[in-house]
Unconditional design. Structure first.
Length: 805
């Protein structure tokens, strides 16, 4: 068809006739060389060789033709050896009209740049130069300074080392390669893709760029199921969305006129009418014939009547016209043509773009609307997102509000404690130490707010100061609260376990001294900690959040001290010992039945709650240390809960008493409770036996003991009422003396004990048939020579507040 169009075109080779001499080489180098010698021996000698298609034939012929100074033009040769660095020396007269890998490489680079990919991995088939040579040029172009591309790995594979394919893919996956450019034969491609499928290197996060194999559907090829270990369905999955880059068989705008007048559309239609094969080489063959004809025409214009080799060679180099396959032009004897970009979707290829290497701008025309449905360019690597984790604003505000409510509650208790400090019930519960307990509780509430403050609120350079504030305030607040409760319990324990007449009152100053020692220990330990292992801001890495497209690296600002463990152990040991002793003292004073005086059961319950909350809080916080919100929420919850419950246990009963008894009138039960507590402390247990007589004696003794206790309680209540009356009258002289009971009144020496007398009751023991069960009580100032006995009673100085107990 091309030859016919040339012969009938009046402006081309007018007066000349082109004759074609057909020789079949059957892809045999020997037959090819014989055919060459046959045509060269003809007269006249041929001006050009058109063909062939087989590389093994073209190679020796092209090298030989330079000596005969004959031009060769191939319409189907694609081997990259004819574009190698030494090709100009080996094949100076060889041209090809089909675009080779120079155009394909440029198209691949343009495609990568179009999707803003910067990192790629490449695979070449080392045992096949048809793919290895262009791939080496491709990688060289990618690594040039002009392109911002990085090749993270180039793998060479071959049929002799198929086991290395999996190893190379494992390494690429480890290097986080998502864009893979592969130049291999089709059978090798199926093996590589199958191995990639086994490693989950497919889907929307991976892109494979393959050479075009001039096929429309992969699934119809039996080689897929025979050369790989994957099924067709599995191959379809990994092939889905990949790109193929191959030379175009037709021009993209068929309406452009060809050199002899008709449009490309018209010629293509004529080819189809004549049942010509338009699927592969026919269009290039047509353009090749016109290339030679136009070059000969130009050479004849330079030297009419004779075609000179140099003129023809220059005319071939300067060829530039519009053909069926696009603009026909050459660079370094290689055709600059159109490259198709195709994407495999739903079992077939869809053309999504074109690259025209012959165009002056050499731009890629990409039709994004033709891309696979739902497909979007993935990242060229797993996106690393560094994100600093902060406590949720809602969580922070919520617990800060709870802490503020706790502070307000503490302030209310503090106001009540100060306002009613002279109320009998408040006074007997050590109001000064109560104030310290409240202050310590406020400190723990403040620590909740400090635990939530981060670099969103303060500058990073001041974060270490925040670390010190958190540690010191929480530690000292705990000591203030529980140190005060411990001191109160210790005073009650000291009074009721050491009953002596010469015992002096335990004043608040002594308890504050004890509390000061505890605080001093904390300050010393914290100061040494700050001096030898200061706090610094440290970005602690949390577990990465891995998604299909990114890896979120989370960090959180924490307080770090290199050698904090020894100091933490010391502080925990001190606090632990303090709580253990507090529990012990609370248990020892559990029988003291004066609510205003003794908070033992509340203190014991508070210590128990704090221990449980601390153990749970530390354990759960350690387990959830990687989860910022949960860890902060639980820590704050335990602090707020234990602190609030402690405050309520200690102060709500006092508020209730103020409401119930606003005047502070002391009921008799308080004094009876005091005497009962002492008596219970001195009780002894009478051993029992299985003998009936012993049981009878024990029963009578217990009955008599109960009677004595009732009498003692009544007398004690009467005594305290008289003392309070004297105090109200202003007469404190008598109250400031030391007194004790005797069998016949107040005596200066130890009470005389007879078988029928009781040193506590102050009278003769009456039989159970006596008409009087009351003892006579007399008072007399003891002489200065009195000797105090071990069973004498400790009276409290009325001038001192009753809180001195």
């Amino acid at each position: 068809l091309a030859l016919n169009h040339i012969r009938h075109h009046s402006c081309t080779l007018s007066g000349y006739k082109i004759e074609l001499i057909y020789k079949s080489t059957q892809c045999s180098p020997a037959l090819g060389m014989k055919a060459l010698f046959d045509v060269i021996s003809l007269d006249p000698k041929p001006v050009a060789i058109f063909g062939g298609q087989c590389t093994n034939v073209n190679d020796p012929i092209a090298m030989a033709l330079k000596y005969w100074r004959i031009v060769q033009l191939s319409y189907a040769e694609t081997h990259p050896k004819f574009s190698s660095a030494d090709a100009k020396e080996l094949y100076p007269t060889f041209y090809r009209v089909v675009p080779a890998y120079r155009n394909s490489n440029e198209a691949k680079i343009k495609l990568i740049q179009a999707f803003n990919w910067k990192r790629v991995a490449t695979i070449k088939q080392s045992d096949e130069s048809r793919y290895a040579l262009p791939h080496e040029k491709l990688t060289a172009s990618m690594e040039s300074d002009e392109l911002p591309l990085k090749i993270i790995r180039t793998a060479g594979i071959s049929h002799h080392e198929l086991d290395n394919i999996g190893i190379e893919l494992d390494l690429m996956k480890k290097l986080d390669a998502h864009i893979i450019v592969m130049d291999v034969a089709q059978d090798m491609a199926t093996i590589v893709l199958c191995e990639g499928y086994r490693r989950d290197m497919h889907g929307k996060n991976y892109v494979w760029i393959l050479p075009g194999y001039q096929i429309q559907r992969w699934a119809v090829l039996e080689s897929i199921s025979t050369t790989s270990n994957c099924t067709k369905a599995e191959m379809e999955q990994i092939l889905e969305g990949h790109f193929a880059v191959e030379f175009a068989k037709e021009r993209r705008i068929p309406g452009i006129a060809l050199p002899h007048g008709p449009t490309a559309r018209d010629v293509l239609a004529e080819l189809r009418r004549k049942h010509a094969d338009t699927s592969m080489w026919s269009t290039f063959l047509y353009d090749g014939m016109w290339t030679l004809a136009l070059a000969i025409e130009k050479a004849l214009k330079e030297n009419p009547g004779e075609i000179l080799f140099d003129h023809l060679l220059k005319a071939m180099h300067d060829s530039d016209f519009q053909g069926l396959t696009g603009r026909v032009t050459f660079a370094d004897n290689e055709r600059l043509g159109i490259i198709d970009i195709k994407q495999y979707t739903k079992g077939k290829y869809q053309e999504v773009g074109k690259y025209d290497g012959g165009h002056l701008n050499k731009t890629l025309e990409l039709h994004r609307d033709k891309l696979a449905e739902g497909w979007s360019p993935p990242e060229d690597h797993t996106k690393i997102i560094e994100r600093k984790e902060y406590i949720s604003t809602s969580v922070l505000i919520g617990f800060s509000l709870l802490a503020v409510i706790g502070i307000l509650l503490s302030a209310i208790f503090l106001i009540v404690n100060v306002r009613y400090r002279n109320h009998r019930f408040i006074k007997m519960s050590s109001p000064n130490l109560n104030n310290v307990i409240i202050i310590g509780s406020i400190c723990t509430y403040v620590s909740v707010v400090l635990l939530g403050i981060d670099t969103r609120v303060i500058a990073e350079e001041h974060f270490d100061k925040l670390c010190y504030a958190r540690t010191w305030i929480l530690c000292l607040g705990f000591t203030l609260a529980f140190g005060s409760m411990f001191s109160k319990t210790w005073r009650v324990h000291s009074i009721f376990t050491n009953i002596r007449m010469d015992k002096k009152a335990i004043k608040d100053s002594k308890l504050f001294l004890m509390l000061g020692i505890l605080l001093l220990v904390d300050v010393v330990v914290l100061s040494l900690w700050a001096a030898f292992s200061p706090f610094t801001r440290h970005e602690t890495a949390l577990p990465d959040i891995i998604t299909n497209e990114s890896v979120i690296k989370l960090t959180v600002d924490t307080c770090r001290s290199e050698n904090a463990v020894p100091f933490q152990i010391v502080l925990f040991a001190i606090k632990g010992i303090l709580m253990i002793l507090g529990c012990f003292l609370a248990w020892e004073t559990r029988r003291v039945n004066i609510p205003a005086l003794n908070d033992s059961k509340y203190i014991g319950l508070s210590v128990y709650i704090v221990v449980v909350m601390s153990v749970l809080g530390l354990s759960i916080a350690f387990i959830l240390q990687d989860r910022v919100n949960e860890s902060y929420a639980l820590t704050c919850l335990f602090i707020i809960f234990s602190t609030t419950l402690t405050l309520c246990l200690l102060f709500v009963p006092k508020v209730v008493e103020l409401v119930r008894n606003p005047q502070g009138i002391e009921p008799k039960g308080y004094r009876r409770g005091l005497m009962k507590s002492v008596v219970n402390k001195q009780k002894t247990t009478i051993p029992t036996s299985n003998n009936d007589d012993c049981k009878d004696l024990l029963s009578r003794a217990e009955a008599e003991n109960q009677l004595k206790h009732r009498i003692l309680q009544e007398k004690s209540a009467q005594l305290w009422e008289l003392l309070e009356r004297l105090r109200d009258l202003g007469d404190t002289t008598f109250m400031q003396q030391d007194w004790c009971f005797g069998s016949s009144g107040v005596v200066s020496g130890p009470p005389t004990t007879t078988p029928d007398s009781d040193p506590l009751l102050g009278g003769e023991r009456k039989s159970e048939h006596s008409s009087s069960d009351r003892a006579t009580v007399a008072f007399r100032e003891p002489s200065t020579s009195s000797v105090r006995g071990r069973d004498e009673w400790p009276w409290v100085d009325p001038d001192q507040p009753s809180t001195m107990l």
